[in-house]
Design a protein around this ligand. Structure first.
Ligand SMILES: [Zn+2]
Length: 203
C-alpha cells in the first residue's frame, strides 16, 4: 500500500493510503471560503477531517492558553458577560459559539465548492472532528459533540439532491487511530527534539 504523508497539521503528521485520494483541502484557497483540513474518498464513504489540537506542544504556550481559555468560555453557556468581555467566542454573524460556527462553515464551504464543480456525493459523507484537548473531560466533550451536531448547517434542496447523507463524529487521536487502522498518525516532532542540544547550551 502506498501512502501520502502530510506534515504538521495542528501538531500531527498524517499518512493516508494513496488509493483514497487524500487531499489537503485547504491547500487551495478561495477568497472568503473556509475548508476542512483533509478530504478522502474511502470505499464506503467520503471522509472529511478537521483537526483541532489544543495539546499541540509546538505552539507557543501563550497562544495555546488564549485558545484554551476562549474555547472553555465558548462551550459554557454564559448569558451575562462582564463589561470587559466582548462576547468572546460568540460568532457576531450567527450568534453560535464561534468554534461550532467555524466547524460548520468549514464543512459547508468545502461541500459547496465541490458541488459547484458538479461533484455528486453518492456515498455517505463522514465529517470527523479530530479534537485533542486534555482540558476537557468526558462530559465537556459530549456537550461539544451535541452543540456541533444539533446546529448542523442546512443545505438548499438542490444541494441536498447531490448529497447521499452527512454524519458527524468527534474523535480524539486514540479513537481515530482505532477506527481508521490503515492511517498513520504521529505527533509532529518539534525542531528542538530533532536537533540534539549541544553540550553547554542553555535549554
Ligand atoms: Zn457564525
Amino acid at each position: 500500500m502506498q501512502f501520502k504523508k502530510f506534515k504538521d497539521e495542528s501538531g500531527f503528521d498524517f499518512c493516508f493510503p494513496v488509493e483514497y485520494n487524500p487531499c489537503k483541502a485547504d491547500a487551495v484557497s478561495y477568497p472568503g471560503l473556509s475548508s476542512v483540513d483533509f478530504t478522502l474518498e474511502m470505499p464506503d464513504e467520503f471522509l472529511f477531517i478537521e483537526v483541532k489540537n489544543l495539546d499541540n506542544p509546538n505552539i507557543p504556550q501563550d497562544v495555546i492558553e488564549r485558545e484554551r481559555r476562549k474555547f472553555i468560555i465558548k462551550t459554557k453557556k454564559s448569558s451575562k458577560c462582564a463589561s470587559n468581555c466582548p462576547r468572546d467566542g460568540i460568532c457576531p454573524k450567527c450568534g453560535k459559539i464561534q468554534f461550532v460556527c467555524e466547524t460548520h462553515s468549514k464543512l459547508k464551504d468545502t461541500l459547496l465548492k465541490r458541488l459547484a464543480k458538479g461533484e455528486i456525493f453518492t456515498k455517505p459523507i463522514v465529517y470527523v472532528l479530530l479534537f485533542e484537548f486534555r482540558g476537557f473531560d468526558y462530559e465537556q466533550r459530549r456537550r461539544l459533540f451535541e452543540l456541533i451536531k444539533t446546529n448542523f448547517p442546512r443545505f438548499a434542496e438542490d444541494e441536498y439532491s447531490s448529497i447521499h447523507s452527512i454524519k458527524f463524529l468527534l474523535y480524539d487521536s486514540k479513537n481515530f487511530k482505532e477506527k481508521y487502522t490503515d492511517f498513520n498518525i504521529n505527533p509532529t516532532r518539534s525542531e528542538a527534539e530533532k536537533i540534539p542540544a549541544k553540550a553547554g547550551n542553555y535549554i
